[in-house]
Design a binder for this molecule. Structure first.
Ligand code: SF4
Ligand code: SF4
Length: 114
């Protein structure tokens, strides 16, 4: 799904307590949203700051790559509502099939056993 830049992103929060300043999130972001803060926080870390929030596509790669769960992309309520609707409409109907697939995979490994 194409995501328009900046739409539906409310904020990107980086935790003072958890961020260690490895900048993997900056490396991972395909849309150049972050810059390194000029100031050090109370832990001596120059945190990444989402200075170009309008470029964010909410792909969440920054969250995914952060080894310390220190970063969180906050999406706005409208966006959240839309995602829930998409989940209801397109993902829920697939659930029984996913469960069935898991069952078949589980039972189907007989040929791997001796
Ligand atoms: S990847 Fe996580 S720990 Fe590393 S700079 Fe980004 S927020 Fe901080
Ligand atoms: S959600 Fe994607 S585009 Fe937005 S800041 Fe994170 S990595 Fe960059």
């Amino acid at each position: 799904m194409y995501m328009k830049p900046g739409v539906g992103v409310k904020d990107i929060i980086v935790s003072d307590k958890l961020c260690k300043g490895c900048y993997l999130c900056i490396w991972a972001c395909p849309w150049d949203v972050f810059e390194i803060s000029k100031e050090r926080n109370w832990r001596g870390v120059k945190k990444p700051v989402a200075v170009r929030l309008d470029q964010c596509r909410r792909c969440r790669l920054c969250e995914f790559y952060c080894p310390d769960f220190a970063i969180q992309v906050i999406i706005d309520e409208e966006e959240e509502k839309m995602l829930k609707e998409v989940e209801e409409k397109y993902e829920k109907p697939w659930l029984p099939r996913v469960e069935e697939r898991d069952r078949i995979v589980k039972e189907g490994v007989w040929w791997l056993e001796d």
